[in-house]
Design a binder for this molecule. Structure first.
Ligand SMILES: [Zn+2]
Length: 85
């Protein structure tokens, strides 16, 4: 997956009936409201990069712990640093 860059959830709110549609990354150029068939939407973008980064960090730590049996000391040090913050 080569989706580096800004990630976020895009919310399209139908101006006619207020129904919300959610898209991640790929937003269609022309969306149609499933409820009323309207094609005019208000767009909101909610960045999720902090959460993604946090998840990536956790996954990286999990991998380093499972694969890094040779350096348990550094892993414990990292955990203490996080607790202090
Ligand atoms: Zn609608």
């Amino acid at each position: 997956m080569a989706t580096d860059g800004t990630k976020g959830v895009v919310t399209l709110v139908c101006l006619t009936c207020g129904k919300e549609k959610y898209f991640t990354n790929d937003v269609p150029a022309a969306a149609t409201c499933e409820q009323c068939g309207g094609t005019v939407f208000r767009t909101f973008t909610t960045p999720t990069e902090p959460d993604e980064a946090a998840i990536d960090a956790l996954e990286s730590q999990a991998r380093s712990i499972s694969y890094g049996d040779s350096s348990p000391d550094s892993t414990q040090g990292d955990a203490r640093d996080l607790d202090l913050i």
